[in-house]
Design a protein around this ligand. Structure first.
Ligand code: NAP
Length: 393
C-alpha cells in the first residue's frame, strides 16, 4: 500500500474516506485526541514517513465527525480500505519481532506490531502482563494470525528476576493464547531449543523436553499454555538468533563482533564447548509467514510443534573466527575455551533440532549460509569507513 502522506513536516496526511471515517497517526497528537472518543471502531496499518513507520488508524465514527481537523485528503478510498489479512506481532520491537513484521508487511499483510519500552512511535504499546490491555488489543486489531515473539530470552537475566520473567514468558503467554483463541485467530508461539537438555541430539518435535534452566522451563510452560488455550496453535522452536540488530549486543551471536574487532595483543577467550546452530531471524520470519499463509489455505497439517534451525554447527569460537574471515580480519587473538564457564545459568551442550516435520511441508525456506548472512548483518558496525553508512533496518 502506498503511504498516505501529505507534508511530512507536520505529519499531516489524508485519504478519501467513507462518510463516517477518519484517519489518525498513533503517537501523533491528533491520534491521541481521537483516542478519547470511545465511539469509534478501528482498523489500522503501518505507513512509512522517512525512516519511521507509523501506525495509522482508520477510524469509523458512529454519527461523529467525518474527518479529523487539519487533514488533507489525497489518496483513494480503495487505498485506505484495501487491506491484506491481519497479523499481530508481539515483541515487534525485538530482534525477531522486527523481522517478522517486515516479512509480513512485504507480503501484503496488515501488520500490528506491539512492544513495551521501545514501542513508540513505531508500534502499539501493550504490556502483555496486563490482561485487560491484551484483550483490548485483540478486540481492536481482530487479527487472523498472532505471532507471539515477546519473551524474556536471556537465561541469566531470568535467573536474577524470575518473577517478572515468568510473568511474561508464562502468564502473559497464557493470556495472549486465551485472547487469540477468543478471536478465532491462528497462534504462532515462538519457542526455543532450550526446552531440551542437550544430552542426546538431534531432537525431534516429539522428543521429551527436559530444560536445564528457568528460561527453558518458562518457554516450555508457555508452549503448554498456548496449546491448552489454542489446540490448533503452531509452536515454532528455534535456536540462537542473529539478524538485523540495532546494536551488536542485541544478539548472543553478533555480540562476538566486539571481541573479533578488538584485534590487539590481548587474547580473547571464547567458548568452544557448547554447540550452536546460529539462525538468521529473517529466515525464521519467512517460516512464520509461510506457515500463516498455509494455515489460511486450510492446510490441516499446520498445527502443533515444528522445529526450524540454521544448518551449520558452530561454537562461539567458531562463529567469531567465521566473522573475522568474512571481513578479512585477523583471528589469532581469539582463543578457544573447551571447558564450560561456571557462574552462569546452565545451558544445553548441544540441543540440535531435527527439522524434518517442517521440511516435509516444503515451505522453501533454506537457511542462509552463516558467513554471508552474518556479513550482511554486521557491515553497519564495521570500523572500515567503506562499509559504514547510515543504515535503517
Ligand atoms: P528480544 O529481542 O529480547 O525482544 C523481546 C521483546 O519482548 C521486545 O519486543 C520487548 O519489548 C518485548 N517485551 C518485553 N516485556 C514485555 C511486556 N511486559 N509486554 C509486552 N512486550 C514485552 O527477543 P528476541 O530475541 O526477538 O526473541 C523473540 C522470541 O524468540 C522469544 O520468544 C525467544 O524466547 C525466542 N528465541 C530467541 C532466541 C534468540 O537467540 N534471541 C533463541 C531462541 C528462541 P520492548 O523492548 O519494547 O520493551
Amino acid at each position: 500500500m502506498e503511504p498516505l502522506i501529505g507534508p511530512a513536516s507536520d505529519l499531516s496526511f489524508g485519504a478519501v474516506l467513507a462518510p463516517d471515517q477518519a484517519v489518525a497517526v498513533v503517537g501523533h497528537p491528533v491520534a491521541c485526541s481521537a483516542r478519547t472518543n470511545q465511539q469509534w471502531k478501528n482498523r489500522h496499518f503501518l505507513c512509512h514517513i522517512g525512516s519511521c513507520s507509523w501506525v495509522v488508524l482508520v477510524l469509523r465514527f458512529r454519527g461523529g465527525p467525518r474527518q479529523m481537523p487539519g487533514f488533507q485528503f489525497s489518496a483513494m478510498q480503495d487505498e485506505v480500505l484495501s487491506q491484506g489479512p491481519r497479523v499481530v506481532v508481539t515483541g515487534a520491537t525485538g530482534l525477531l519481532g522486527r523481522a517478522v513484521c517486515k516479512e509480513f508487511q512485504n507480503h501484503g499483510w496488515t501488520v500490528s506490531g506491539t512492544g513495551l519500552r521501545r514501542a513508540r512511535p513505531r508500534f502499539l504499546r501493550c504490556d502483555l502482563t496486563d490482561e485487560d490491555a491484551v484483550r483490548r488489543l485483540l478486540q481492536e486489531t481482530k487479527p487472523d494470525v498472532l505471532v507471539h515473539c515477546a519473551a524474556e530470552r536471556r537465561p541469566d537475566v531470568m535467573e536474577r528476576d524470575a518473577d517478572a520473567a515468568v510473568s511474561l514468558n508464562v502468564h502473559a503467554s497464557s493470556t495472549v493464547s486465551r485472547e487469540t483463541a477468543a478471536c478465532g485467530a491462528l497462534l504462532i508461539y515462538i519457542s526455543t531449543d532450550y526446552v531440551f537438555d542437550g544430552r542426546n541430539p538431534p531432537y525431534g518435535e516429539d522428543d521429551c523436553p527436559n530444560p536445564l534452566n528457568l528460561y527453558g522451563r518458562s518457554k516450555l510452560e508457555g508452549e503448554r499454555e498456548a496449546l491448552r488455550h489454542c489446540p490448533g496453535a503452531v509452536i515454532l522452536r528455534i535456536p540462537v538468533l542473529f539478524g538485523e540488530v540495532e546494536s551488536v549486543t542485541e544478539s548472543a551471536v553478533t555480540s562476538l563482533w566486539q571481541q573479533v574487532q578488538e584485534a590487539t595483543e590481548e587474547r580473547r577467550v571464547l567458548d568452544h564447548c557448547l554447540q550452536r546452530f546460529p539462525t538468521d531471524a529473517r529466515d525464521v520470519a519467512a517460516v512464520c509467514r509461510k506457515l500463516a499463509e498455509r494455515a489460511r489455505q486450510q492446510d490441516p497439517s499446520i498445527r502443533g510443534i515444528f522445529h526450524f534451525s540454521g544448518k551449520e554447527q558452530m561454537t562461539k569460537y567458531e562463529m567469531a573466527v567465521a566473522m573475522a574471515q568474512a571481513f578479512n580480519l585477523p583471528s589469532n587473538h581469539l582463543v578457544p575455551l573447551t571447558e564450560q564457564s561456571a557462574g552462569s545459568a546452565p545451558r544445553p551442550i548441544n540441543s540440535q533440532l531435527n527439522c524434518s516435520r517442517l521440511e516435509q511441508l516444503n515451505l522453501s525456506v533454506e537457511p542462509r549460509a552463516f558467513s554471508i548472512a552474518i556479513s550482511e548483518c554486521l557491515w553497519p558496525f564495521t570500523a572500515d569507513k567503506r562499509w559504514r553508512q547510515t543504515v535503517f533496518h
